[in-house]
Design a protein around this ligand. Sequence first.
Ligand code: FES
Length: 261
Amino acid sequence: MDALPSGFFAKRSILCECTSSSFAAGNIIALQFAWSGPAPRGGQFFLIKPWRSGVFLARPLSVAGWEPRGGPEDGGILRFLAARRGRGTWELADLRAGEEAELSGPLGKPFEAASFPKGPLALVGGGIGIAPLLALAVELGSRPFDFYAGFRSTSFGLESLKARSLAIATEDGCEGLKGRIPDFFSPQGYEAVFACGPLPLLRAVGDACIAGGIPCFLSMEKHMACGVGACLGCTVKTTGGNKRCCADGPVFRAEEIIFDD
Ligand code: FES
C-alpha cells in the first residue's frame, strides 16, 4: 500500500460551537463557528460536519471571513457561506447557535495576493464562489481592489465588503447590471485578478487575463472526500498533469487549467 501523504493525520478535526446560523438569500446559508485552531487565509477551506450527522463525508466549505480574537494563536470566529444542495448542506442549514460541528482545517493553498503589492487588484466571483474572495478582501485590508460579483438573482454576502468599487450583475436583472459578470469585466489596469465561481466564469475571466497578460488565479471547486490529498477524488486537469484540487489547489494559475469542452 502506498504511504499516505505527509499531513494526512496532521489536520485533526476540532469540535466547534456554531455561534450563528441564518439564511443569507434563497438557499444560501451563513454560518459562524468559534474556532481555536490556526488562522485561515483567503482561498483556504475547511471540512465541516455537524456533530450529530447522518452523512459519512464532511462538506468542504471555503472560508468567507475570519475575525481573530487576539493574537495568531488565540483563535476567533470563522464565517462560511454554503448553498443548501445535498444532505450534508441540509444538515449544516439545520445547525443552530450553540450546537457543535467538527471542523478540520484550514486546508488547501490560499490566494497569494501579497505577491502583487503595487497596483489595484480585481476579485471576480459568481454565486457561492464569492465566499473565498470575501475572505481575501478582508486580508487585503487597505489595499485597493475592485469586486465584481455575479448572481442568478438576489445578491448576498456583500454587506461588510470594503472595496474601492463593487459591480453586481444578476442574470434576471433584479439587481445591478443584467447579465453575467464576466461580460462586464476587463482585466486591463489590474496588477492581478483572483476569481472563483462556476466554470464558465472561471474560463471567461482566465481567458481574458491570459489574452491581456494579467496574472490570474482561479479557485477551483470539486467534489472532495479526504480533503488532504490522499484519495485522488478531486482531480483538476492542468498543463502539468492531473492535480489534486484539495492539496495542490484549490487556487491555480489560470494558464495551468485545462477546461474540458
Ligand atoms: S479530496 Fe481526497 S485527494 Fe482531494
